[in-house]
Design a protein around this ligand. Structure first.
Ligand SMILES: NC(=O)c1ccc[n+]([C@@H]2O[C@H](COP(=O)([O-])OP(=O)(O)OC[C@H]3O[C@@H](n4cnc5c(N)ncnc54)[C@H](OP(=O)(O)O)[C@@H]3O)[C@@H](O)[C@H]2O)c1
Length: 347
């Protein structure tokens, strides 16, 4: 149903944003239960991503997942400016950005957020995340074997120093919510224990082949909303980010069978599952047909209880975004970043 709002006129095939499910955060704020990813990686230009933000808003997207490290916030800011000058109000949008790993220093957090705000041409962010729990960084596009000689393990005291500045962003009214990303239960327990302003969300990899059931449950029980990245299994990620063990949820026979029955792409089944399960997927696409069908999937015919059960059964604990470049020692494997034994990996 086309939606008219001031001078804002949606195309005839647009989804009414009012029909999209909302997550209620612990502050009472509402966040649309699907967002648009904006990481073009190596294969989509900043300009193409920014153009997509405009046309995705036109078809009904109201939630956008941005980050300074994606390198395109200045271009996306021009899109937001146009969206907001054509009749949509700022309160109608949910906009996230993220603090990159090289800006964890106490003197850098506020300046970095202000830079994102300036680039995005906004007065405030709905959500600002600490992108990774490590201050370790690399030049974009580096090989997975690259290591930063200054890389360090997770040091909770240091993370909390960064977090205090994140809290200050809320106090100053620059951001409405703060959150974490790429965390583990072990790290999250400490942050929830020590935070003055609790994380409202944790952004994490979530798709049918990587369901993280224990962490998902932990977050729900503790009032932290899970946002799921790479919800389709990131089929467009570069070769350097692939390993022979990786699997693809969109090629899983269970997903294919449901997709065939519903007459949709397997990607849409992944998105439906995510929203029905209770996380907020942020699929990336610059293809209008694809991002519109993802949004339509969320308001369309729900998956059956049997479908949901069958998808629960195909979890392969297959993490695709492993983060190898953030390791801090030569002889480590990527599992060391993820506290797989339930304890924070020692230095
Ligand atoms: N917090 C973090 O550390 C973190 C890490 C990774 C990602 N993210 C965020 O999560 C977003 C999404 O993750 P992602 O980009 O890795 O992977 P993804 O959303 O799982 O997959 C994106 C790919 O799926 C294709 N696609 C999307 N919808 C489709 C459909 N309906 N039918 C067929 N193909 C479809 C897209 O191709 P087309 O363009 O051709 O449609 C694109 O190549 C990112 O853009 C970023 O905002 C955050």
């Amino acid at each position: 149903m086309p939606a008219t709002c001031g001078r804002w006129q949606a195309p005839a095939d647009a989804v009414d944003p009012a029909s999209v499910p909302q997550r209620i955060l612990y502050t009472g704020a509402k966040m649309p239960a699907i967002g648009l990813g904006t990481f073009g990686s190596d294969h989509v230009s900043h300009r193409a991503v920014a153009e997509t933000v405009k046309s995705a808003a036109a078809v009904g997207y109201r939630h956008f997942d941005c980050a300074s490290v994606y390198g395109n916030e200045d271009q996306i800011g021009l899109s937001f400016q146009q969206i907001l000058s054509s009749g949509l109000e700022r309160k109608d949008l949910w906009i996230t950005s993220k603090l990159w790993n090289d800006k964890h220093g106490e003197a850098d957090v506020i300046a970095s957020c202000q830079k994102s705000l300036a680039d995005l041409r906004l007065d405030y962010l709905d959500l600002y995340l600490v992108h990774w729990p490590f201050p370790n960084h690399q030049p974009p596009g580096c090989d997975v074997s690259a290591r930063n000689p200054n890389a360090v393990p997770y040091i909770h005291e240091n993370y909390m120093r960064t977090w205090r500045k994140m809290e200050e962003l809320v106090d100053r009214g620059l951001v409405r919510h703060i959150g974490t990303s790429n965390m583990t239960i072990a790290k999250m327990k400490l942050v929830l224990r020590d935070a003055r302003i609790r994380p409202a969300v944790n952004e994490m990899e979530l798709h049918p082949h990587f369901q993280q059931p224990e962490f998902f449950q932990y977050l729900r029980e503790n009032g932290v909303e899970p946002i799921g990245y790479s919800p389709i299994g990131s089929p467009g990620r570069p070769d350097r980010d692939r390993t022979p063990e990786d699997t693809s949820p969109t090629e899983d026979p269970v997903i294919l069978k449901i997709a065939e029955r519903l007459g949709v792409h397997p990607a849409v089944v992944c998105i439906k599952w995510a929203v029905q399960r209770g996380q907020t997927p942020i699929p990336f696409s610059t293809n209008r047909r694809n991002y519109l069908s993802n949004l339509r999937g969320v308001i369309g015919e729900p998956l059956t209880a049997e479908d949901m059960k069958a998808i629960q059964g195909i979890d392969r604990n297959c993490r695709l975004i492993k983060g190898q470049v953030f390791l801090w020692k030569e002889d480590q494997t990527w599992e060391d970043l993820w506290d797989v034994d339930g304890e924070i990996t020692p230095p």
